[in-house]
Design a protein around this ligand. Structure first.
Ligand code: ARG
Length: 454
């Protein structure tokens, strides 16, 4: 018999049961559902809705179910629809009549919302820790590659020399913002919605502050209709995961390119690459390609929930059951991808001689002329002509002689040759946050402290 079948004269069709069930995926929330049951039980006792005896009985039953869940022996049944009903009917099997009292003053609408918030709070902390570990790996790799210079790119065209450590720390910044975004989302997830009932609140004087303190929520919701209808806390979470996926995808793309025969900037560890079943010469960066590819799953989850929520009337609607699979899928994808990316970063090696001279020092030459009193636009033009000349001569800028330079401007002095070196280009940078070794070292030192790295 179904918990809600009192008013029904016919049995639910088997196909309808299969269509409406959610136990096949919401069993992921089982632990949180039990935690919530314990908190609700305390509130029921405090409100004198149940006797101490029933309370003890239910508590004992819930503990048994918790053990069954932890040891993976719960027999989930789609006839019981969802995780909430499955647990309730197991409780009935175990303790009989008292089990029927646990759902007093509660609806599955506030129940599922509370479960989801408990789940997300846990997952945010897990993702936060994984992000921290990845940032630590990036910092360590930056220290390891402190002296290597690489061409920096804009438009995927060689632009200016930068330190490899500067490049690696750029991603540390991006992942730092992702961590901050998660913590910000956490603030709006960390709200107890239990006690909102189906939509109008509960007829029983449940102490919601007590429930919040048992479950570790720092605030309680203020409007029961909004509480059961709201899923934008989950949207924020999915957006934060999407941003992580986007950054993971961008660094993957970089490393896939850097690993090509054409670039040869990095060496990927064999342990994370795979071969080809037909071409014996291949060592493919499949892990990075999959991290990049899985970004679409995370984005889809965000869009999935956004579209689900659009135009839903106030308050709870069954459409909301569809929120779970995208959330679970995005969560697993991000956790796995972050773990994989850490392995890649820990194992990657940047080659020492990535930087090869060509035209990357043109801006330095122009700025040299500015220091000699020529307005920047004019200097830009003069150096443009030098670049055209170097291309004609098939020479890198570093190889131009002082005589060749003075043909374009008398302002080129004997010190002009000194600045045409990648190292000088890097250390000529004077702004905070630039690739100048001093500034990069400063960032490394700050990071060492921030991330507890010895
Ligand atoms: N399985 C449902 C969900 O995930 C639980 C809430 C059901 N509420 C209801 N009024 N049918 O949303």
């Amino acid at each position: 018999m179904k918990a809600w079948s009192g008013r029904f004269k016919e049995q639910t069709l088997g196909d309808v049961e299969a269509f409406t069930e959610s136990i096949s995926f919401d069993k992921e929330l089982a632990i949180y559902d039990i935690m919530q049951d314990f908190a609700h039980l305390e509130a029921l006792l405090k409100a004198n809705v149940i006797s101490k005896e029933s309370y003890e009985n239910i508590k004992q039953g819930l503990n048994e179910i918790l053990d069954m869940i932890n040891s993976n022996i719960m027999d989930w049944d789609i006839k019981k629809e969802d995780v909430h009903m499955n647990i309730e009917s197991k409780l009935y099997e175990l303790i009989d009549e008292d089990a029927k009292k646990l759902h007093t003053g509660r609806s599955r609408n506030d129940q599922v919302n509370t479960d989801l918030r408990l789940y997300l709070k846990d997952k945010i902390l897990e993702v936060f820790r994984l992000l921290k570990a990845l940032k630590q790996s990036l910092i360590k790799k930056a220290i390891e590659h402190k002296d290597i210079i690489m061409p920096g790119y804009t438009h995927l065209q060689r632009a200016q020399p930068v330190l490899v450590s500067h490049y690696l720390l750029a991603y540390k910044e991006a992942f730092l913002r992702d961590s901050q975004r998660l913590i910000d989302a956490y603030r709006r997830i960390d709200i107890l919605t239990l006690g909102s009932g189906a939509l109008a609140g509960s007829d029983f004087a449940l102490d919601r502050f007590l429930e919040a303190s048992i479950l570790g929520f720092s605030k309680i919701s203020r409007n029961s209709m909004d509480a059961v209808a709201d899923r934008d806390f989950a949207l924020e979470y999915l957006f934060s995961l999407s941003s992580i996926a986007m950054h993971l995808s961008r660094i993957s793309e970089d490393l896939i390119i850097f690993n090509t025969e054409e670039f040869k900037f990095v060496e990927l560890p064999d342990a994370i690459c795979t071969g080809s079943s037909i071409m014996p010469n291949k060592k493919n960066p499949d892990v990075l390609e999959l991290i990049r590819g899985k970004t679409s799953r995370v984005y889809s989850s965000l869009f999935n929930l956004m579209v689900n929520l659009k135009a839903l009337p106030m308050s709870y609607n069954r459409d909301l059951q569809e929120d779970k699979e995208p959330i679970f899928d995005a969560t697993k994808t991000i956790i796995d991808s972050l773990k994989m990316m850490k392995i890649v970063i820990d194992g990657i090696k940047f080659n020492k001689s990535i930087y090869t001279g060509n035209l990357l020092l043109a801006t330095d030459l122009a700025n040299y002329l500015v220091e000699k009193g020529i307005p920047f636009r004019e200097a830009h033009h003069i150096v443009g002509a030098i670049v055209a000349y170097a291309l004609e001569q098939n020479k890198v800028l570093e190889l131009l002689t002082k005589e060749e330079l003075t043909k374009f401007s008398e302002k080129f002095d004997k010190d002009a040759k000194d600045i045409i070196s990648p190292k000088s280009s890097i250390n000529r940078k004077k702004t905070y946050g630039s690739t100048n070794e001093d500034f990069v070292n400063k960032q490394i030192n700050i990071s060492l402290l921030e991330y507890n790295i010895d």
